[in-house]
Write a protein that binds this ligand. Sequence first.
Ligand code: CA
Ligand code: CA
Ligand code: CA
Length: 331
Amino acid sequence: MSHYVGTTRTASAGFEYVNNLTARSFCGRCGMRVSVRDDGEAIRRRGAFTLIELMVAMIIIAILIALLLPAVNSVIRRTRVARVVTEIKDLEAALANFKAKYGVYPPSRITLYPPGSNWSTRSKALIRRIWPQFDFTTSGGAVWLTAPVTLNGAQCLVFFLGGVTQDGAVTGFSKNPARPFALGGTREGPFFEFDTRRLTSSAPGNSRFPVYLDPLPSQTRPYLYASSYDGNGYQSADLANLMAGVYYEPGEDKNGNNQLDAGEDANSNGRLDFGPAFKPRSFQIISPGFDHQYGIGGSLDVTDAEAFLQQAGRTTELDNITNFTDGLLGQ
Ligand SMILES: [Ca+2]
Ligand SMILES: [Ca+2]
Ligand SMILES: [Ca+2]
């Protein structure tokens, strides 16, 4: 067949060559075109990519990945935050179940004493609210306890929801109301299904009272728990060595720096007054977030948390996740 490259239609039935690879045939009656390939040498010549073509393709792929990566990372981050939010909701439900059973939310600081000790007035009162028939002479059956131990909020969260620890597992409490800390027998709880891989000892030799890490990657700091003692008020000592305090509505602290600045003492009492605490009648749960740092706590404007926390230089709190924000604190 001879080629007529670049020619136009020359007959009522025939070929039009638009280039040297493709010919178009015509129907003699209706004039419709049908593509016909000329499988000649030209096609075989295109069997491989040149180096330049490959490099261009790779550069385009690299650019696409670079463009997509932030979006993918952001989705992964949001998914991880959502997982913590869900777990905090589950912890809230577990604490509600505890209250339904015992009438009060767990305390967030308590000292437990071994059998034969004198209990402090405060710890005794806290225990009596939960187990009115508690036998203090045997420390509620806590034969496993050999020295007084003071639990902070993070430890209380696991102890009261999980119960007595045995061989690294939480076992709930004995149903014997005089000896809830005894091992064996019929049990109450655990009220929460802890992932034992995320239970970690809070201090050497303290494996009886572990704390619980959130599911963020390589997390090192546990969920904080602060009890309002059923509306009687949060106690800053409960978070000692962990965070300075729970979260309050800003009140007089207009710039969110937790300090009394000019023009902030609206009631002229010489000190900075915050608004009411968030969750004033129940409890606050706080995850330290991706940076594994809690921050100083204190006043927070949830309507503009991001600006509020940045303005105050409290950036470590921006990624905290709590039970009074539906996700990150700063968003
Ligand atoms: Ca201030
Ligand atoms: Ca004031
Ligand atoms: Ca943080």
